[in-house]
Design a protein around this ligand. Structure first.
Ligand code: ZN
Length: 327
């Protein structure tokens, strides 16, 4: 997750052998990713690891040293999802002999992770279809793979839903797609802590990376929220920001945010039909930089697809453009 402002934080203490490292990121918002170390057998399970780069690896080792943990004490690295701020450093850590785990569908997205011209190809075509201006399309076409993403290869372990094997703790994988197609949350039974990656965050709602009309990413996202809501947990330890001590009310707030946005779209469409890009301008009237404009486009299209699947709106071709209409 990037593109939004979060408060900087100090390392917070979690119970039962769980350590937290707020590891610096190469941008300011959010400026840190939360790396967690969960004590297990004769070592630790690491959850997420930050961006690629020698300086970030050195920083991570320094933090580990302060906790008196050596890299050889890490038995397993689990990535919550395939974003560079969560797994960029994974290849470097694997080189130190630590096995790396992602959700099983991650194998379908490795090429996209490693080559951002592939990763953003659908988005460009989709934006063009929905009347995005050339400046926006050119911006997408000019995106290059950043060095902080690193290069990844097939993980050593492909996780399925349920209890993680070869781990002493009762640690469960919960598939929570929406913000990323591969996103998982982890539930630690003994502490009732959920490690949520970017699926649930304390101050912001993660963006929904829609880039085609065949997937209802927002429906997937809200279903994933419901899945976590049902679990008997006490704390959420997110991928960025402070711990969430009232997780159920935070989930309700996040659902409300999306409900309000869909209501806003319906109100616009009661007045007139709009193209996808016009709706972006309705919802985000302030001037945005290239990254935030991209997030705004994806967020808008995610809500339009969601409403279309709920039977509230439809698409219609008019003057060679696709317009969204209320039903
Ligand atoms: Zn993130």
């Amino acid at each position: 997750m990037y593109g939004y402002i979060l408060f900087e934080l100090k390392s917070f203490n979690l119970k039962n052998g769980i350590h937290h490292i707020p590891l610096e990121l190469p941008w300011s918002s959010p400026g840190f990713v939360n790396v967690y170390l969960i004590e297990d057998k004769d070592g630790f399970i690491m959850v997420d690891c930050g961006v690629n780069g020698d300086s970030y690896y050195s920083l991570l080792l320094e933090y580990l040293q302060k906790l008196e943990i050596h890299i050889s004490n890490i038995n397993l690295l689990i990535g919550t999802h395939m974003h560079s701020d969560h797994i960029g450093l994974s290849t470097k850590i694997r080189e130190s002999g630590v096995p790396f785990a992602l959700f099983k569908n991650s194998v379908d997205f490795i090429d996209d992770y490693n080559d951002w011209s592939l990763r953003f190809k659908n988005l460009k075509d989709y934006a063009e279809k929905h009347n995005a201006p050339n400046s926006f399309l050119n911006d997408i076409a000019s995106i290059e793979t950043p060095s902080y993403a690193g290069k990844i290869s097939k993980p050593d372990i492909l996780l399925d839903e349920g209890k993680i094997k070869d781990v002493k703790r009762n640690l469960t994988t919960i598939f929570t797609p929406g913000h990323d197609r591969t996103e998982i949350s982890l539930f630690d039974e003994s502490t009732k802590i959920i490690f949520s990656g970017d699926h649930i965050l304390p101050k912001i709602t993660p963006f929904i990376p829609t880039d085609n009309e065949n997937e209802d990413m927002l429906a997937n996202y809200t279903q994933s929220l419901d899945k976590i809501y049902e679990i008997d947990h006490e704390i959420i330890a997110p991928g960025h920001g402070d711990i969430i001590s009232k997780p159920h009310s935070r989930i309700e707030q996040m659902k409300l945010h999306h409900k309000r946005r869909t209501e806003k779209i319906l109100n616009f469409l009661k007045e007139s039909d709009f193209t996808g890009w016009e709706m972006v301008e309705n919802l985000f009237p302030r001037k945005l930089d290239a990254l935030n404009l991209r997030l705004a486009f994806q967020e808008t299209m995610a809500h339009l697809i969601y409403l279309e699947n709920k039977g509230r709106i439809k698409q219609e071709n008019k003057n060679n453009s696709i317009y969204w209409k209320i039903i």
